[in-house]
Design a protein around this ligand. Structure first.
Ligand code: ADP
Length: 557
């Protein structure tokens, strides 16, 4: 028997037109370099996005060609999210926090044809320009300064398309499997590799992400994406916002905690997202102001906050909850679009009490629908769901990458169906992505990330989780940040070194910290840090995560 359902491809164009038609009055607010706010209605954004698509088509953009963006979070970047695919192109978000040489190498690897760049990022562009030639560089006059004559002015490009041309513009024909965007892994642990998302993967990811236990965007929400739009597409939230007609407040280049708190007073969000370090900085600034300048800021009560990209310390979840803000943790990767698991309340735990609630919230959570997940030991056997045994997470699903751009599929990145015994999967359907993350899973399906494979500390044949130690240390009232790395040891092969940054004016002795880890953290003596190093702050990666590689370079010699 054949289906009688229509064969309609999943498409971003559907979201774009739906937003223009039904949510014309919803607002998109962007903070400009001078901190003023610029506002667009969805109706204006819809027209501008279609105009951009028409302009790119008129420039001769061909199906599948890449258009890079080097932009902060703002309305024009959102226009690229939909306008570039509408013209048949692939939006390739460049990470503006990488070294210029890396950005140039990534643009060359992706063979980007055009570039859309913020005017305030032109100095950065000029540094990597010799490494890759873009046929055309389109400059967003974000600061309002005139665009240098050698470039194409984004606004002038849009103004050059007549209303009739915009109205007559037809979306490029496409299949649902055609690529719409591309993002390179940020290379925290290795060379950056390209992941290409399709119409289909993006729409499915958007639908899953919007489930009630996840980010659950409603039309009445106000979204503040602090996570950069170049970091796994701000985790897909811009698509979800457009799908539901949600008001979006883009912070532009102003990501300092004081700036974010200021912005929250003017445009209070109901939903915000960012990596844990963003929220660590924010809560410190907020609590300090409560003591020193009461009344300066108010955290929006009832705000939900999506946090992921790195382990979320339980102490951080508790701290925000004290101020009426709930942190919802997810685990994922650029390769997984990125949502793969979320930690949410479960009916089985309804009577379990608040300690259990916080403990669960500090876990990575339960696999999302459409995500198949398994844990494999080093020997390739299935890890039992006992919440104790560790193994590598392997995933597959319709929004999980099955390969990297221009890179052969190898057994160290993809496992076959039968096991990971050194064999890359034959057909794509039986391929599992090897995440390089190590976790435990319990009977309710909650993952607890214990480490990245590279960060695990192997001491005397036993594994010590650096994440567990960090979380316990960050629960100490004197500690602002903690990162634990392995240092070589003759007897034990490796031992943990804890790098700690104290809160303003606070301190604690190694003895006191060890006593706390033994008494409250549940650690055994052999798991305690071998040594402590006091640092000013943990170095950050290009996506704002703790950068342990830098600490290893400094201390693990
Ligand atoms: P990079 O690997 O360069 O950091 P990604 O942003 O794609 O680039 O990061 C994905 C990685 O971030 C995951 O493999 C995992 O190690 C880490 N990660 C993401 N979410 C969490 C989480 N909730 N807890 C612990 N680690 C996380």
């Amino acid at each position: 028997m054949k289906t009688t359902m229509m064969d309609v491809p999943l498409s971003l164009n559907h979201l774009l037109d739906r937003a223009g038609r039904y949510f014309a009055a919803s607002e998109i607010v962007s903070r400009r370099p001078d901190k003023s706010l610029v506002r667009h209605s969805y109706a204006q954004w819809h027209r501008r996005t279609r105009t951009l698509a028409a302009a790119l088509a008129a420039l001769g953009l061909l199906k599948g060609e890449r258009v890079a963006t080097l932009c902060w979070n703002h309305h024009a970047h959102l226009e690229c999210y939909f306008g570039i695919p509408a013209a048949g192109g692939v939006m390739h978000t460049l990470n503006l926090r990488l070294a210029p040489a890396e950005i140039g190498a990534i643009a060359a690897d992706a063979n980007d044809r055009f570039l859309v760049v913020d005017d305030i990022l032109l100095p950065l562009y000029r540094q990597f320009a010799p490494l890759h030639r873009f046929e055309r560089v389109i400059v967003v006059p974000f600061s309002g300064a005139p665009v240098p004559a050698e470039f194409t002015d984004y606004e002038a490009l849009l103004a050059g398309v007549s209303a009739a041309d915009e109205a007559n513009f037809r979306y490029a024909a496409h299949d649902e499997d055609d690529p719409v965007s591309m993002c390179y892994t940020s290379g925290t642990t290795g060379k950056a590799k390209g992941v290409a998302y399709s119409h289909r993967s993006t729409i499915l990811h958007t639908l899953v992400g919007n489930q009630p236990d996840y980010w659950a965007m409603r039309n009445t929400d106000v979204l503040l994406p602090v996570a950069p739009m170049f970091h796994a597409n701000a985790w897909g939230t811009p698509y979800a916002a457009v799908m539901m007609g949600v008001k979006i407040v883009f912070p532009g280049p102003h990501l300092h905690p004081d700036d974010l708190l200021d912005l929250m007073q003017i445009e209070p969000p109901t939903l915000a997202l960012g990596v844990p370090t963003i929220w660590l900085g924010l809560i410190q600034a907020y609590e300090r102001a409560l003591a020193e300048q009461p009344g300066r800021w108010k955290l929006p009560r009832g705000m939900r906050s999506l946090v992921g990209g790195a382990a979320v310390p339980e102490a951080l979840i508790r701290a925000f909850d004290r101020h009426g803000v709930w942190l919802l943790q997810g685990w994922g990767m650029t390769e997984t679009s990125p949502l793969a698991t979320v930690s949410y309340p479960r009916q089985e735990l309804a009577g379990a009490g608040s300690d259990e609630r916080y403990r669960r919230a500090a876990m990575a959570g339960v696999p999302a629908p459409l995500v198949d997940l398994r844990l494999r030991t080093e020997g390739g056997t299935e890890v039992p769901p006992d919440g104790r045994t560790m193994g590598e997470i392997q995933v597959r699903g319709p929004f999980i990458t099955g390969s990297y751009h221009g890179v052969p599929v190898t057994a160290d990145k993809f496992a076959g169906d039968a096991g990971d015994g050194g064999r890359a999967g034959g057909g794509e359907g039986e391929r599992w992505l090897r995440t390089g993350d190590v976790a435990t899973i319990d009977a309710l399906g909650f993952l607890r990330i214990t480490d990245r494979t590279k960060d695990l500390i192997k001491s005397g044949g036993e594994w010590i989780s650096s994440v567990d130690l960090e979380n316990a240390l960050m629960a100490h009232p004197a500690i602002a940040e903690a990162a634990v790395i392995a240092i070589p040891d003759e007897k034990w092969s490796e031992r943990p070194l804890a790098c700690i940054a104290f809160k303003h004016g606070a301190s604690a002795t190694p003895e006191a910290l060890n006593a706390m880890l033994l008494a409250q953290g549940g650690f055994a003596k052999w798991q305690l840090p071998e040594r402590y190093e006091v640092i000013d702050a943990v170095p950050r990666t290009s996506t704002g995560k703790f950068w342990k590689l830098k600490l290893r370079e400094r201390f693990a010699k």
